[in-house]
Design a protein around this ligand. Structure first.
Ligand code: NDP
Ligand code: 2IT
Length: 445
């Protein structure tokens, strides 16, 4: 790493002890930015990096609620408003027992660059809670969401900070959160949250957008090598919102998705995942992936283990951070891997990324490849602002244009900086320069 950036990195790591995921995200971005600072010494003089790594505002709050047996429960809520150079803070809420400040900050930091790459007017933020919605009744989830919003409402707004979903937060949770915001504020402020139901201000294609976008981005990478998804053997990790829609899109382009997973195990379905059945099991019944295997004869369910033990030509990690390490990457390479598109945020460890790049595997980092979700959130905000609603076809076309644009900008930036095909470099520099320019223009704030 560039010596000037090393010193800034060391200060950032020392100022934020115990936040391993945030450190990882910062280091990964800094590794790309040496050449930018050679060309733009003004960024160093204005301390752009130091300011970027210090969130504009961090909110941590108590979330009390009662479970169905009447017992009082206490969770911790977070919202990190990281950077508003390009627009209101924008980013999802994650409800998962592993959530702590380091996770929220890594996600918020990534979101700054991702949102810049979309070309939409959105800043970066992220939030969530260590609440675990799995196994909770609808009534419990509603009481939790209402309590969470009873604090969060004072910090957000359509011009201030616009949350959405992430792990553990889907349409049901956004509904309860929106209802409570509306009740407290007495405002039908549609643009305050995205991922809403279509009949009350949501956008068509938003539920599909992250998974679809990841596949569109990966298809663009494949095209640079004269190939496509047609005939590819694909493995997807996860079986949530991003994974299911990535599977659907990959198969619609002629691929066969032979495996997917959850945190308990994985299924191998050589005929190709039955998306309708998977949606029924996961989205309607809120059951486990094991139940998918139980309802599909001939499909193997592997309890525990790693889905990355299944050979594939394309891998789409769509579950969570650091789920694919160097060992798994090396094994996949030996099995004939040609491309990886990150549907999740930071699912590949730095060791895995090194193995993949060394082996010449096409690698699309999450901040570029999974930007379709937040980009379509920005399209939802546009529709809310104009009190309009667009057709599925029109919205999907906008999403496709945005993903192709992100791909091409990353590729062009990598080329400009002398590393053609390095999408990590292209995404980091492309996102950074846009935010840095805006921060310079807006003065020392
Ligand atoms: P969901 O909650 O819908 O699904 C998450 C999936 O990942 C589930 O299958 C879950 O399995 C699995 N998973 C979660 N945590 C772990 C873990 N620690 N170990 C193994 N598996 C795990 O979330 P999304 O699909 O929305 O999000 C998936 C990823 O995509 C996240 O990294 C998120 O940040 C990212 N992302 C999401 C966007 C969106 O629009 N939703 C946009 C951009 C990125 P289980 O049920 O067993 O926990
Ligand atoms: O990581 C992400 O980009 C998201 N979870 C989506 C954020 C959003 O505001 O739609």
């Amino acid at each position: 790493m560039d010596a000037r950036l090393e010193a800034i990195r060391d200060t950032v790591l020392a100022r934020n002890p115990g936040e391993a995921e945030f450190h990882q995200a910062v280091v990964e971005v800094f590794e790309s930015l040496g050449p930018v600072h050679d060309r733009h010494p003004e960024f160093l003089e204005a301390a752009i990096l130091e300011r970027l790594c210090e969130p504009e505002r961090q909110i941590i709050f108590r979330v009390p609620w009662t479970d169905d047996s009447g017992r009082v429960r206490i969770n911790r809520g977070f919202r990190v408003e990281f950077n508003s150079a390009l627009g209101p803070y924008k980013g999802g809420l994650r409800f998962h027992p592993s959530v702590y400040l380091g996770i929220v900050k890594f996600l918020g930091f990534e979101q700054i660059f991702k949102n810049a790459l979309t070309g939409m007017p959105i800043g970066g933020g992220k939030g969530g809670s260590d609440f675990d919605p799995r196994g909770r009744s609808d009534a419990e989830v509603m009481r939790f969401c209402q309590s969470f919003m009873t604090e969060l409402y004072r910090h957000i707004g359509e011009y201030t900070d616009v949350p959405a979903g992430d792990i553990g937060v889907g349409g049901r949770e956004i509904g309860y959160l929106f209802g409570q915001y509306k009740r407290i504020t007495n405002r039908y402020e549609s643009g305050v949250l995205t991922g809403k139901g279509v009949s009350w201000g949501g956008s068509l294609v938003r539920p599909e957008a992250t998974g679809f976008g990841t596949v569109i981005f990966t298809e663009q990478m494949l095209r640079t090598r004269g190939t496509s998804f047609e005939g590819q053997r694909v493995v997807v990790s996860g079986s949530g919102n991003v994974a299911i829609n990535a599977i659907a899109k990959a198969q619609s382009l002629g691929a066969t998705v032979v495996a997917c997973s959850d945190s308990s195990g994985y299924v191998v379905d050589e005929a190709g995942i039955d998306v309708a059945l998977l949606r029924e099991v996961k989205e309607v019944q809120r059951a486990r992936l094991k139940d998918y295997a139980g309802r599909r004869p001939g499909v193997a369910y592997v309890d525990g283990g790693s889905v990355w033990d299944v050979d594939a030509s394309v891998a789409l990690p769509c579950a969570t951070q650091n789920e694919l390490d160097g060992g798994a990457a090396a094994r996949l390479v030996r099995g004939g891997l040609v491309a990886v598109g990150e549907g999740a945020n930071m699912p590949c460890t730095r060791g895995a990324v090194a193995v993949l790049q060394e082996a010449g595997v096409l690698f699309g980092p999450g901040k570029a490849a999974n930007a379709g979700g937040v980009a379509t959130s920005a399209l939802e905000m546009q529709q809310n602002a104009s009190r309009d609603s667009w057709s599925f076809e029109h919205t999907e076309e906008r999403l496709t244009d945005i993903m192709v644009g992100i791909h091409d900008r990353c590729a062009a930036t990598a080329e400009e900086y002398g590393e053609p095909g390095n999408y990590v470099l292209g995404a980091n520099i492309g996102g950074f320069v846009k935010v840095a320019d805006a921060m310079l223009a807006q003065g020392l704030i």
